[in-house]
Structure formats: structure tokens, C-alpha cells
Ligand binder design. Structure first.
Ligand SMILES: NC(=O)c1ccc[n+]([C@@H]2O[C@H](COP(=O)([O-])OP(=O)(O)OC[C@H]3O[C@@H](n4cnc5c(N)ncnc54)[C@H](OP(=O)(O)O)[C@@H]3O)[C@@H](O)[C@H]2O)c1
Length: 327
């Protein structure tokens, strides 16, 4: 299957930035749909990337854009909704997936690559995991169990189920790093024993690239994990040591973890929510190594995180110095 032009939905975010750059460097033309073009102008430095500001929920918009594309990658996802009843998750994950897969079929687009999440399941413990699971099943059902795109008549689907993703600009390591700086004395950590197997964003994008238009990946759902599983508290201890902080990390018991979620749910930006708490009641780790044909030796947090945490610290230091000189 020859793929030249790829549409990305949700491509302005953390994974999208890395993916768009890789696609362009591999020679693809990229069309990225966003709700706010101005906010993502930085992406326009990529020579074969076009940004369209439009409503991704509009079937007409998608049909028009998909007409000129050979594949679509759907990265739209929320970790927190603005409300509290799951409707926001349902709309962004399930409703959108349905609109996307229908638009793919109507335009004869060949390959849909869908971003899900590890442990996503229709019976999952949180709105996030349930709607991710529902959306994933839906796109595979539409495309058929094996979803082989033959003679251009049917749509091939591949989905990706990553554990938490890290890399420069992530909202996982960086968020905990900021919170640790805000609380220099002690840090009350909810769900400290939850198990995660973080994967590097560049490994995720390499895998997506390997799968584009590749019949081996049609109809497949890939669990994606880094080389090692950690308890959340181990990750916090690692970040703390990289930052040279003395903060004491206090593991909250289950009841206090829930209580923390119930309170922070109502803070601006929802730093932690009941839905996040529920998601963390299941492990986000892989039970098998990734397929050998990916040709990836996943990078560890230890190999990647120190550089970007230090960069952040240096950037802040130089900003501080330049401000100090001005005064
Ligand atoms: N990061 C992780 O650790 C992780 C782990 C597992 C799975 N995933 C999944 O991987 C995908 C990408 O993650 P990410 O970290 O790159 O996310 P992100 O940085 O939050 O970006 C998600 C993008 O989705 C779009 N979006 C969000 N809410 C939307 C809404 N209500 N309507 C329309 N568009 C909306 C946004 O695009 P615009 O603002 O430009 O419209 C945004 O750029 C998501 O599906 C996520 O669930 C991520």
C-alpha cells in the first residue's frame, strides 16, 4: 500500500509534535487538523506540513480532508474531561472514533491508525479506560476482524495501546517535577503502588511509522511499553533524585488517595481526579515484549529523562540570570 499523505487528528499535542516531525523527515506530506491554528504555529516550520483549523467532529470537514489523504492517525484523547459524568470522554473518544471511521470508509481512505491506551477496556474501572476501550473496539469492528485493505475497497485499522509516554514536553514527568518543586517539604502521593511501564515518545512514533501502510500491522492492536515496570513511587523518587530535591514522598493509603482525588478534581486544571484514581487501580504494564519486527530497543527513563529535566532547569536558570542582569 503506498501512503504519501497522512492526516493527523490531535496532532498538535505531545505525541503529535514528535510524530509530525518524524513523518515530515521521512518524506510524507502531513495535514494536521486542530481547533486552534495560531496556538500551534510552531509546527509550520515543518516544510511538508499543512495545518487546518476546523472542527474534527464535522463529518464534512473530515471527508474533505480525507479525500486528499491516504492514511489518518487519530491521536485525539483526554486524560480529564471538563465535567464529571464521562460525557466529555465519550465524545472525544467514542463519538469521534465513529465519525472518523465512517469518513474513512466514505472517502476510500486506506489505513486508519488509532491511538488507544494500555488497559483500555469496555469494562475498565474509569471513564477514560472504558471510552478508550469502546472506541478501540468500534474502529476494529467497522474495519472487520482482520481489516485487510484489499484492492482499495476496505479500510485497514491498526491501534496502539501505550502505557504512559515520556519525553521532552510530556505532561507526566514534567508535571510531577513541577509539583515536587512546589512542595519542597513533603509530597503526598496517591496510588503510589500503581504499576506503570513508561515508553519513550520517540519509540512510540518509530513504531507508528513502521506500521503505516504495512499489511503486517493491519487489524492489529499493539500494547506499547518501555523496558521496565515501576511503581509510581519509584518514578517519583527517580524524578526527585534527578532534580536534587530533598522532598519526602509520603505514600497515601487507598482512602486518602481517593480523598485527594475527590478534592483535586475541583481544582483548576484538575491536577488529579477520581477518574485518574480509578484508572490507576489497574496496572498499566505489558505482559509481553513488543514484536521483533518493530526493530526497536525501547529507551529507558533513566537514559532520556535526566537530559530534559536538566534542560528545563538550565532554561529557568538562564531566564533568571537574564532577568537579574536587566534589573
Ligand atoms: N501521553 C501519554 O502518556 C499517553 C498514554 C497513553 C495513551 N495516550 C493517548 O495518546 C494520544 C495523544 O496523547 P498526547 O499526550 O499527545 O495528548 P495531548 O498532548 O493532550 O494532545 C491531544 C490532542 O487532542 C486534541 N484534543 C483534545 N481534546 C479535544 C477535544 N475535546 N476535541 C478535539 N480535539 C481535542 C488536541 O488538539 P487541538 O487542541 O489542536 O485541537 C490535542 O492536541 C491520546 O489519544 C492519548 O489518550 C497518551
Amino acid at each position: 500500500m503506498v501512503i504519501k499523505t497522512i492526516c493527523i487528528l490531535g496532532g498538535s499535542g505531545f505525541v503529535g509534535h514528535s510524530l509530525a516531525a518524524r513523518l515530515v523527515s521521512e518524506g510524507y506530506s502531513v495535514v494536521l487538523i486542530t481547533r486552534n491554528r495560531e496556538r500551534h504555529r510552531d509546527l509550520l516550520v515543518l516544510p511538508t506540513l499543512k495545518i487546518i483549523q476546523a472542527n474534527v467532529f464535522s463529518p464534512n470537514v473530515l471527508r474533505n480532508v480525507f479525500d486528499d489523504c491516504d492514511a489518518v492517525i487519530n491521536l485525539v484523547g483526554l486524560l480529564n474531561e471538563s465535567g464529571h459524568n464521562g460525557k466529555g470522554f465519550h465524545r472525544a473518544h467514542v463519538e469521534l472514533a465513529e465519525i472518523v471511521v465512517q469518513a474513512c470508509q466514505q472517502t476510500g481512505l486506506r489505513h486508519l491508525l488509532h491511538m488507544s491506551a494500555l488497559s483500555a477496556s469496555e469494562n475498565g474501572p474509569s471513564h477514560y479506560l472504558r471510552t478508550k476501550g469502546k472506541a478501540e473496539n468500534l474502529v476494529h469492528k467497522y474495519a472487520g476482524p482482520n481489516s485487510h485493505a484489499n484492492a482499495g475497497t476496505s479500510l485497514a485499522v491498526t491501534s496502539f495501546r501505550p502505557s504512559v509516554i515520556f519525553g521532552p514536553g510530556d505532561s507526566f514527568i514534567n508535571r510531577f517535577a513541577s509539583l515536587l518543586k512546589l512542595m519542597p517539604g513533603f509530597f503526598p502521593l496517591a496510588c503510589s503502588r500503581s504499576r506503570l511501564q513508561p515508553i519513550y515518545v520517540e519509540d512510540v512514533t518509530s513504531i507508528i511509522l513502521k506500521c503505516i501502510g504495512n499489511p503486517v500491522a493491519f487489524g492489529k492492536r499493539y500494547n506499547l511499553c518501555g523496558p521496565r515496570a515501576y511503581q509510581l513511587i519509584e518514578i517519583l523518587e527517580f524524578i526527585k533524585s534527578q532534580m536534587g530535591l530533598e522532598t519526602r514522598i509520603v505514600a497515601l493509603n487507598n482512602r486518602l488517595s481517593w480523598l485527594q482525588a475527590a478534592v483535586l478534581e475541583f481544582f483548576r486544571g484538575k491536577p488529579f481526579s477520581i477518574d485518574n484514581y480509578n484508572s490507576l487501580t489497574v496496572d498499566s504494564v505489558c505482559d509481553a515484549a513488543m514484536p521483533a519486527w518493530f526493530g526497536i530497543k525501547p529507551k529507558s527513563m533513566e537514559a532520556v529523562v535526566p537530559a530534559y529535566l536538566a534542560e528545563d532547569k538550565n532554561e529557568k536558570l538562564s531566564l533568571f540570570r537574564s532577568r537579574a542582569r536587566r534589573t
